[in-house]
Design a protein around this ligand. Structure first.
Ligand SMILES: [Zn+2]
Length: 586
């Protein structure tokens, strides 16, 4: 898609669509759209801003953040080397440019991603900058416009990059509450964690002509399904046909459409009596060195027999742990519903046409208290695993979970989630049914759900599919579970010469419970019996039950508004500044 300049002269470009040789100045005058075939070449963030905002109105927001490499990631190159190279080749500090400006006279806060910078990947700095832009929109009571271009979350920052999906989503939730318009403009390409959060949980979603958007990329889906993809799969027109975007817009019309939409919302908003603004969450300093317990107003309960939470974490090999987390004998959500909870009554269906077997949920009792339990369901035999799609939820599954979360809040029931999934469903129909938006809506809803939410990573916590159930007041993790932004195999395939580097990738990603506890992603490690959960499910259940009770009971006394505020603080502190401190502290 990129127009490439011939070596001898910078005056000509070859169109990636029709291979025509085009005079660069003419191409630029045509907004980098090929006059011959209409191909929209990718734009860098500075050029995109020039095209969209009123001349002279751009006020860049600061992009100064501490240098960071939060998990000391090394593949064939150390991560800081890749960052330095990206900065040198783009002239940008990060993969997003943020500003305030006017568009057709309407003031906006705007963040534009740049795919040239490490594939537009969402890391802590990008998440922090976009969050600050959304907070600026809230402060100034102006709409937020996001222009996305991203391959997904930034693997080199591990689970901390996954957390950014929640951090930005909760900033968008605050704009929703304040009645301020949020608009995302999808440009080519928008995938993974960006697609499954702020690219699709805005009020309006516009797709630029030729843009492709999806949660799973076409290469992965082809590999998993072994089938050819439908014509035009994940393109803007495909997204429009499947109800996932409000409109497909040619680049030359984009600015005009934005002006019209911004004008409509401005006219509709009362100017004399604005919606009362929610008090901004104070940017609280971290309370505990290990990052745990910072979100609780009261003293955290004594860790139930946990030798690792806050103490000296055991050194555990990442790849060995991955294999343990995937063990077919490991207790599943239904096993725990039987052993840890009483009186489970399963509730089915998303009310939109499906009941996903990979997600189970319903009301149950935990030591006599009613709770809503929602979890991924795998299985022990091949038949069970196939029947449950290996615990990979479809959009119907995410929407069932969403329905049950909202029901729980209405009924005043706490939510307990049990997370065990390799990831969301990498299939054609899942994409057709709006997988990215389904995950994005769950993440956003959990950031504001007015009832206690307690999440436990019991086995595999696979990327956005896991996070869709794991934005919680307290996040626990079984000792041999893993939680990661990408599977080690997927990471190896992208950053190493081949997938056989999965064990190295598993170690580099810092996906074990002690690692994540140190990073503050997880609050407490639930120890497993000496061998592992699958060797002694009964003892594992006892320990999980004790940990659930110890963490849930203090939450029950916290007023819902306070819970939401503290949950927001919990996810707000995964920004680059904090991570920089963590990296520097080691
Ligand atoms: Zn062309």
């Amino acid at each position: 898609m990129t127009a490439t300049a011939p070596r001898e002269e910078q005056l000509w470009s070859r169109c990636a669509g029709c291979a025509s040789l085009l005079y660069r100045k003419r191409l630029r005058r045509n907004l980098d759209v090929c006059p011959e075939c209409g191909e929209h070449a990718r734009l860098g963030a500075p050029e995109r801003l020039r095209q969209l905002v009123d001349p002279g109105s751009l006020r860049p927001l600061s992009d100064r953040l501490p240098e960071m490499d939060p998990i000391d990631f090394v593949d064939v190159l150390p991560y800081p080397h890749r960052l330095t190279a990206a900065r040198a080749s783009t002239g940008l500090v990060e993969a997003v440019v943020c500003a305030t400006a006017t568009i057709g006279g309407h003031p906006v806060a705007v963040a534009v991603m740049d795919f040239r910078f490490l594939g537009g990947s969402l890391g802590c700095a990008v998440g922090e900058l976009i969050t600050r832009t959304a907070e600026r929109a809230l402060d100034d009571r102006i709409p937020l416009v996001l222009v996305t271009a991203s391959g997904g979350a930034r693997m080199q920052e591990g689970a901390l990059s996954l957390m950014q999906m929640a951090t930005v989503s909760q900033a968008i939730a605050a704009l929703r509450e304040a009645g301020l318009l949020t608009v995302s403009v999808l440009t080519d390409p928008t995938y993974g964690g960006v697609a499954a959060s702020f690219a699709t949980n805005t009020d309006l979603v516009l797709a630029e002509s030729g843009a492709r958007m999806g949660f799973a990329g076409p290469r992965v889906i082809r590999q998993v399904t072994g089938r050819a993809l439908p014509e035009g799969f994940q393109t803007a027109d495909f997204l429009l046909r499947h109800g996932q975007v409000d409109m497909v817009v040619q680049r030359r019309s984009l600015r005009g459409r934005l002006v019209a939409l911004l004008a409509a919302t401005r006219a509709g908003r009362p100017t004399c009596s604005p919606v009362p603004r929610q008090e901004p969450a104070p940017r609280r300093e971290r309370l505990a060195d290990d990052g745990a317990a910072a979100a609780l107003p009261t003293d955290p309960p004594a860790a139930p027999a946990s030798s690792e939470a806050g103490g000296t974490p055991a050194v555990r090999d990442g790849w060995d742990t991955v294999r343990m987390a995937r063990h077919p004998g490991r207790p599943t959500t239904l096993d725990y519903l039987d052993s840890v909870f009483d009186g489970f009554v399963e509730l089915h269906g998303d009310r939109l046409g499906g009941d996903c077997p990979a997600i189970v949920g319903g009301v149950a009792r935990l030591a006599g208290r009613h709770v809503m339990v929602i979890g991924h369901q795998k299985g022990h035999t091949t038949a069970e695993l196939v029947g449950r799609n290996f615990g990979m939820a479809s959009p119907a599954g995410h929407r069932k979970a969403l329905r049950l979360m909202r029901l729980a809040a209405r009924l005043g029931l706490p939510v307990v989630t049990l997370v065990d999934t390799p990831g969301a469903d990498p299939g054609v129909s899942a994409e057709e049914q709006g997988q990215a938006a389904a995950i994005a809506e769950n993440i956003l809803t959990l950031t504001v759900l007015p009832t206690p939410v307690l999440a436990v990573i019991t086995g595999e916590g696979g990327s956005g599919g896991a996070l869709a159930l794991a934005v919680a007041d307290r996040v626990l993790m079984l000792e041999n579970a893993v939680y990661s932004v990408i599977s080690p195999e997927g990471c190896a395939a992208i950053l190493w010469p081949d997938r056989s580097a999965a064990p190295q990738a598993a170690r580099a990603l810092r996906l074990t419970a002690p690692d994540l506890c140190r990073l503050g992603v997880v609050d407490e490690v639930v120890p497993e019996p000496s061998a592992a959960a699958h060797d002694d499910p009964a003892e594992t259940a006892l320990r999980l039950r004790a940990a659930l009770l110890a963490n849930l009971l203090p939450l029950l006394d916290v007023p819902p508004a306070m819970l939401v505020r503290l949950r927001r603080q919990r996810f707000r502190r995964f920004g680059a500044a904090r991570a920089g401190q963590r990296a520097g502290a080691r």
